[in-house]
Design a protein around this ligand. Structure first.
Ligand code: HEC
Ligand code: HEC
Length: 220
């Protein structure tokens, strides 16, 4: 437990240190500078109860439209849900089908409209872009319509989460922020889109707490 916490701390300190500054210094003022993070100070031991409280906040994020519109099931159809798309969730317009490739390789590639770019998203109803090729999350990571317990079980299962342990899950967020990919975008989506709740820093802190607590789930 302590070793894991230390590992997380080292990783986060590394990130908050020189590398981020280099990344930022290399950018011009027109480019979205992206978020910055401070090192996490984790207690040596995090109780299951504290871990579950952190999970509740994580669930509020991962069940938000900005995340679940990409984390969809084997129908391979991205979703348009959340207030900016009206009251009812609907399928992506224009008959978009991501197919098993999750990028629309057999039909119309996502990148035709969602171009890779470091520029901020500003226009309402324009296709959102990030600094990573736009695509659906792998089908095992489907969250749309899933309960808190279901998503929790999936996220802690290395067979269904891309082979990650707790530190790997935290590292995934840090990496996403570093390259300004999807999680960073979800907290700053631009246009008239509602951002994911809270801040990236809080989400990272909650993930560090939850993983250090041993990834407890609501139905354990
Ligand atoms: C023909 C252009 C086009 C293509 C191709 C396209 N999209 Fe989109 N997409 C859009 C537009 C435009 C929007 C924004 C609509 C709005 O905000 O009203 C959008 C929005 C989205 C959203 C919602 C983001 C949010 O705000 O939560 C997701 C998810 C998405 N697209 C996924 C995909 C995926 C995955 C692919 C490839 C399989 C894809 N799109 C292909 C035009 C396209
Ligand atoms: C544009 C589509 C898109 C959006 C938006 C998106 N993701 Fe993902 N997500 C992906 C893809 C693609 C992967 C696979 C990348 C990988 O495993 O390295 C992924 C993987 C993940 C994983 C690792 C696997 C798992 O399920 O345990 C987590 C955690 C995750 N996303 C969290 C989020 C959160 C939190 C948000 C919103 C704040 C979000 N994602 C928004 C596409 C998206």
């Amino acid at each position: 437990m302590i070793r894991q916490a230390l590992k997380l701390l080292e990783m986060v300190e590394l990130f908050a240190g020189s590398h981020l500054q280099e990344v930022l210094a290399a950018e011009t003022s027109e480019i979205n500078p992206g978020p910055s993070l401070v090192p996490i100070e984790l207690p040596d031991e995090v109780s299951s109860a504290q871990g579950l409280m952190a999970w509740q906040k994580i669930f509020n994020v991962v069940s938000h439209p900005r995340c679940i519109n990409c984390h969809v099931d084997e129908t391979n159809i991205p979703m348009w849900s959340g207030p900016s798309f009206g009251n009812e969730p609907k399928r992506h317009g224009m008959n978009i089908q991501a197919d098993e490739s999750r990028i629309g390789a057999q039909t119309l590639n996502c990148a035709t409209c969602h171009q890779k770019s470091l520029l901020p998203n500003t226009l309402e109803h324009a296709p959102p872009h990030t600094n990573h090729d736009w695509m659906l999350a792998p089908v095992e990571f489907a969250w749309f319509g899933k309960s808190s317990n279901e998503i929790c079980q999936q996220m802690r299962d290395p067979e269904r989460n891309g082979g990650r342990d707790g530190a790997g899950l935290v590292e995934h967020i840090i990496h996403d922020i570093e390259i300004q990919a999807f999680i960073a975008w979800s907290f700053d989506p631009g246009g008239n889109r509602e951002p994911a709740p809270g801040t990236l820093q809080q989400h990272l802190d909650d993930m560090a707490l939850w993983t250090t607590a041993g990834m407890p789930c609501p139905n354990d």
